[in-house]
Write a protein that binds this ligand. Structure first.
Ligand SMILES: [Zn+2]
Length: 159
């Protein structure tokens, strides 16, 4: 179980406010850092403009993260097709067991390779839909409730 986790995504993390959230009963605390421009997806720009926007946003989020805390048990990072290079590079300063990556299937092979190349092959990798738009908030909520970082599939039997 983790006590404190930071969630970073250069896309939106819908229905969760930016900043700290706490579950005192469970003893869990999370820092939510979504896209800071209220944009749903960063790659709404095409080509170089889009890549630059994503890169800037990733750097900005990490700055925010470092200004807020350096003491979390785990960092959960969305690393999609556009922003994975810079995001993975920045995560290198943390040990592999402190980082969880979330990515969609579009760039999965490339993302996996890069994570390995940066020595984080041991890190947990969670595969999500594009932009992590459902999985990231899902992981946030589940973590705050349970202290675990995982996707909990809804059982079809229980209604
Ligand atoms: Zn995708």
């Amino acid at each position: 179980m983790f006590k404190s986790v930071a969630f970073l995504s250069y896309n939106a993390i819908p229905n969760l406010k930016e900043g700290w959230h706490e579950n005192k009963k469970k003893g869990t605390k999370m820092l939510v850092l979504p896209n800071s421009h209220n944009r749903k997806f960063m790659n709404e720009y095409d080509g170089d403009k889009g890549n630059l926007a994503v890169r800037n946003e990733v750097h900005f989020l990490w700055k925010k993260f470092h200004n807020t805390t350096n003491n979390v048990d785990q960092i959960v990072l969305y690393v999609g097709t556009f922003g994975h290079k810079v995001a993975i590079r920045l995560s290198k300063k943390f040990p592999a067991n402190k980082v969880t990556y979330v990515t969609c299937t579009c760039g999965l092979i490339e993302v996996k390779k890069l994570i390995k190349r940066f020595g984080h092959g041991e890190s947990t990798l969670i595969v999500s839909e594009c932009h992590g738009i459902k999985t990231m908030p899902h992981l946030c909520r589940n973590f705050l409730k349970t202290g675990e970082i995982k996707v909990i599939k809804k059982s079809k039997n229980k209604k």
